[in-house]
Design a protein around this ligand. Sequence first.
Ligand SMILES: [Mg+2]
Length: 488
Amino acid sequence: MSARVLIVDDIDVNVRLLEAKLAHEYYIVLTAFDGLSGLARARSEQPDVILLDAMMPGLDGFETCRRLKEDPLTRHIPVIMVTALTERENRLRGLEVGADDFLTKPVDDHQLFARLRSLTRHKLLVDELLQREAQGRAWGIFEAPASRDSGTGARVLIVDDHDRNCDRISRALAAEHLPFSLSEVENLGSAAGASLEIVIVSLSMRMLDPLKLIASLRGKDNSKFLPILVITDEGDTDRARRALDLGASDIITRPVDLEELAARVRTLVKRKRFLSALRARLDQGFELAVTDQLTGLHNRRYMINRVRSFLQRAVMGGETHALALFDLDHFKSINDRFGHDIGDLVLQVFARTMAGNIRPSDLLARIGGEEFVLLMPHTGLAEASEIAGRLRRIFAETPIILPRGGTRFMATVSIGVSVNLPGEETEQDLLKRADLALYQAKARGRNCVMVYEAPAAPPAPFLAGLAAELAAGLAEELTPGGAQSLSA
Ligand SMILES: [Mg+2]
């Protein structure tokens, strides 16, 4: 997996050395020689990972990192702090200012590439989600970017068969999290798994194969995005690398520095919550993308897709599905007379009234200004026209009550009904036929239901004129208000 890596270091030789190593592994390398130009490059070039030297004159690595993590344009880019100092104060300081990881000089190649792989993987996921979120914001679906979380109060599962180690970690994390061990999982039941936010796995376990555990967590739907922090013995670099390759999120080496552990757990929990929040917002975005904002009904896009998928299945199974097209009567004059607020109110009353009176299996959508569609799966023409007739009546009897003064008035709706023809795969003709029937309903004086009936077989030419005459004659006898037939 290649990625664009920005190296920020004040010593030219260090930069060249890292650059050569990374280029050899086909990473694309960008460079900067001080904190300020590092910030500028990060903003303009949007690298996938930043390797940041801690000790630099002027703006040092810690301050640079803090600013990177404050800037909405760069805060999602993982930062690896590189320091010549092995003192824990510097490591902790790095994690406190938001560094995602750190390496000590001289940089070990295996560790460098393992961490780059792990962070690049995370970054790709975030990029994908952020891109979709940005699109959602451009469409006005989202109002503000997802916020970041404190990273405390997490349910932490500790998997270690060494009881004393397990206790020590558990006690250290208890101050800000809810740690529990594998032996407590049975008591906690499925609740533990459902709200679990991070797993800590000891690589020195004998009870079960920790690498297998990591692979199996990554393979399951409900844990594939769960952060996994691996605890490894010093010198066990080979297995540590394999753990990272299998999808472990981070590694800490024994003897475990409890403060460093706490800082790493916090970083991982924050990352997980950031991703979860992004995903939840996307789900909500999709919900909004298929919903009509004014009425809360489904919108045209959603309805068209649903109708199409029913029709495609009907081609195989030969089922009949009915569709009713509704158009509010005299809607323009309602708007002209009472204003658009009241027009909107009428649409909302209509939507609410219909939604409260349709069958659970039927699907209602607003597909245009005052146009609605009711999809009635597995329903024949006779039944569909009966349902449409009932809905028409209910709406005609529902008063619209004006907000000020409580004045009320009545509104009505015209409805055209049609069903799919054998072999019909797209919604266009079905909608067109419903529209023809609706047009007839309008022409007949509104507040009525008309049904489009396809002829059983094409009439012979000399019968066609007769059929038209019959239809015209029939139409004259019918009164508005009932469900009527309209011939092709
Ligand atoms: Mg330096």
